[in-house]
Design a protein around this ligand. Sequence first.
Ligand code: GLU
Ligand code: MG
Length: 436
Amino acid sequence: MTNRAGALESLMFVGTSDLAGLVRGKAFPLADLEERVMFGVGLTGSNIMLSAFGPIYVSPFGTYGDLKLVPDLSTRTAIPATETADIELVLGDIRTLENAAWSCCPRSFLRRGLDALEAEHGLRLLAAFEQEFVYTGVPDAPGTSYSFDRFRSAGSFPGRVFGVLRDADIVPDSFLPEYAARQFEITVKPRQGLRAADDAVLVREIVRACAALADARAAFSPVLEPAGVGNGTHIHFSLQDRSDRGVMYDAQSPFGISPRAQPFVAGVLEHLPALTALTAPSVASFFRLRPNKWAPVWANLGERDRGAAVRVCPLFGGDAATAARDFNVEFRVADATASPYMALGALVHAGLDGLRRNLALPRHPQGPGADYAAAGVRMLPRSLAQALDMLAATPAARGWLGDELLAAYLMFKRAEIDAVAALTDDETCRRYAEVY
Ligand code: GLU
Ligand code: MG
C-alpha cells in the first residue's frame, strides 16, 4: 500500500449539443483516442431525451437500444479547466451500431440539410453566430451599457476567451458590453457549413469555462427575468457556390439579395413562425420575443432593422469582391436554449424548401411605424406550446426532421412545458438561468 496520489491522467470528453442545447457525452482516456474515433462511446436513444432540467420526463425509446457517439477530430478543443490545466473536448455524431447517422442526431439533422443544399442547388452556407450572455463577474452598475467601464471591469476574461478561441482555430470578431445589466456579446468570424455550428457550441463552452476560472458564471439563458432584455443568439448567414464564392449579393435586386438567394430567404420567412419551435425552443424564449426588447415579434424581413426577425445587414464599403464576400442576412429568432445544430439546421431546411419551390421574396413594410399587420405579416408564436403546434402542423417539417425525430422532439418539448407549468414567470426564468 502506498499513500501516493496517482499521476494525473489526460482524458477527452466527447459530447454533442443535444435537443436541450446542452453538451452531454462521456470521457475516455486520451490514450484510447484512436480506438474511440473508430468505435465511439456507447449511448442509448433516451440520452437525447435528457431534459434541460435533468430528468428524462418521457422517452419513445425507453431503456431500449444502443448507439454510439463518434468523435469528429476536426472539433478537438482544449477547454481551460483550472489556471494551469485544460480538458480536451471533442464534438461528435450519434451513429447506429451499423455506423449509419442516427435519425435523432442533431448534428446529422444539420448535415442532411447542408448536403442537400449543395447536391440540389450547388450552394454552401457560410454562417457566424453572435451570442449574448450575462456575465456575473462584473458589478451590476447603472449606466454601463456599451461602456468601457463595464468592459474593463471584466478584467482578463475577454482576453482569455479570445486566446482560447484562437488556440481552437476559432477566429474572434468582437466582444462588447451589451445593453442589459452585466450583458456581453461575443461574435466570431463566419465558417462554412457544419463548422459554423460546431464553433457556436465551442464558443459557449469556452465562455463558460473562462467565466468559471474567474469564479463567475456566463448565463446564456434567453431572459434572466420576465421583463428583462434578453440574450439572443443571432445567426448571420450567406450562400456560396461550390468554389466558395459569395452568391448572395446583387446591388440591383430588392434588399441587395441576389435572385439566386431570394428563394432561400423566402423559405426561411415562410416557415418562420413554425421554425421558432426549433430556434427559440424553451418556455423562457418567449419572454424574450416581446415588443420593445430589440428582439423580433413579427416574422418579417427588415433592411438594417434590429427589430426584424430576418435582418438584411449593411455593407461597410469595399469593392465588388468584398461585397460578395461580406453581404449577409441575420436570423434573430434564436437563443441559447437551442442546439446550434438544430437552429442552423432549421434555417437550412426551410431555406432549401424555399429554393425547391422557388418562393418569391415578400415585400414587407420597412422603417419606424411600419404596419406589419395591415401588410399581412404574421406574428411569431407567443409561447412554446403555440410554436410546437405550428411545427406539428407544418407538413414540410416531417421531411426535414423525419418522423422519428419530429415525434421525439414534440414529446420532449411538451414535457418541458409541463415541467415548469406550476412555476411563476419569475421562477421559470430563474429555472432556465440556472441551466443555461
Ligand atoms: N438583446 C437583443 C436580443 O435579445 C438583441 C440586441 C442587439 O444586438 O441588437 O436579441
Ligand atoms: Mg447584440
